[in-house]
Design a protein. Structure first.
Length: 101
């Protein structure tokens, strides 16, 4: 499993880093496929963020950013954990606000 340590400044930098790594996993062109992001919550608080890159022919590769440990785990298209990024320092995650209709 490939591992790296990296310092990222903010949430957008994490998003971009995850997008680059997920594209690299499946040899996809960067910025050609949508990347969705969803907060995973425990007791009403975000504890992780799940990213899903939606590639061609229903291909999906995922990453999970564990907020407490600052670890990003990457999973290939068959669900195998294949890569890890350890964030150096802390990056604040700002969960999107839900607005009542």
């Amino acid at each position: 499993m490939r591992m790296q340590e990296i310092r990222l400044e903010d949430q957008q930098a994490v998003h971009d880093h995850v997008n680059e790594n997920l594209c690299e996993l499946e040899n996809l062109e960067l910025h050609h496929f949508p990347l969705s992001e969803r907060a995973l919550c425990r007791d009403g608080e975000a504890c992780a963020v799940m990213y899903v890159l939606h590639g061609p022919r229903q291909l999906q590769v995922t990453a999970v950013w564990e907020l407490a440990s600052g670890t990003i785990w990457y999973y290939n298209s068959v669900g195998e954990r294949c890569r890890k990024t350890q964030l150096v320092g802390s990056v604040h995650y700002q969960s999107p606000k839900l607005v009542a209709a």
